[in-house]
Ligand binder design. Structure first.
Ligand SMILES: *Cc1c(COP(=O)(O)O)cnc(C)c1O
Length: 253
């Protein structure tokens, strides 16, 4: 029997179809094109075989939120484009530069400095998004709303960074724990003002700097609302991979 957690190719393909259908419906409802919403499959805690199955099912953009896990997993998966979506210490900048196409979580000058310096060492330009804590949630990373445009201006002046947009993780609705996905209407609606706020910030930034286009927002429970509010990237874990384990996957288990 197929369950939400099974990892066989048919089960993976079915979940991919379902998420793509949700994206298509949300786009249709707001007059947008599905091609304008990139799907990033967040593979954190899941083993390389699950990540590979996702790539083989046609979702090549994979997201990780821990450096160690990204570095451990990456050699075991072929054909993936890696995204880093977690909080990042500046001293680990060297480990992520060149390891992925996009860092979604730049939230301070010191981290922008470190990434640009390391990208320079590697002779590369690192694509980044600036993460904004739109809900002012102490449990979430991200710069303050008030500091967002300053940080974008600062980062885009650094020689080896390309700032392509903004990212946010809204606060969990009251009464919900992390990983406790509930696809009811209320969940997404609670996030809507935060998504709308990020979009206004992006519009302000883009008016000055046309390359600041992306809005990385929306996860398993609220991707429809995020798309209605203009998301250009949704980061989906549970709805694609099934429930997560408690800890990072590691090759040393
Ligand atoms: C885990 C994670 C996601 C995916 O969350 P789901 O609710 O499982 O879809 C998205 N973005 C970030 C930053 C995450 O850490």
């Amino acid at each position: 029997m197929t369950t939400a957690t099974s990892t066989g190719p048919d089960a993976v393909a079915a979940r991919v179809d379902e998420v793509r259908a949700r994206i298509a419906r949300a786009c249709a409802a707001s007059g947008r094109r599905p091609a304008d919403v990139q799907l990033v499959a967040v593979s954190k805690t899941h083993p390389p075989a699950a990540a590979q199955a996702m790539v083989d099912a046609g979702v090549a953009d994979l997201g990780e939120n821990r450096v160690r896990e990204l570095l451990d997993k990456r050699p075991h998966v072929t054909g993936a484009r890696w995204h880093f979506v977690g909080q990042l210490q500046s001293r680990k900048a060297r480990d992520v530069v060149g390891a992925q196409v996009l860092v979604h979580s730049v939230d301070r000058r010191s981290l922008a400095d470190a990434l640009s310096r390391r990208a320079g060492d590697a002779g590369a330009v690192q694509r980044i998004l600036v993460q904004v804590n739109v809900g002012d949630d102490p449990a979430k990373g991200g710069c303050d709303v008030d500091g967002c445009l300053d940080l974008v201006a600062y980062a885009r002046d650094l020689p080896n960074l390309a700032v392509e947009g903004l990212m946010t993780v809204p606060p969990l609705p009251p009464g919900h724990a992390d990983g406790d996905v509930d696809e009811d209407e209320g969940w997404g609606e609670a996030a809507r003002p935060h998504f709308a706020r990020l979009r206004r910030l992006r519009d302000d930034a883009r008016a000055r700097w046309p390359e600041v286009v992306h809005l990385s927002m929306g996860m398993s429970a609220d991707l429809e609302v995020a798309i209605a509010e203009g998301a250009t990237m949704v980061r989906v874990g549970t709805a694609l991979f099934g429930p997560r384990g408690d800890s990072a996957w590691t090759s040393h288990r």
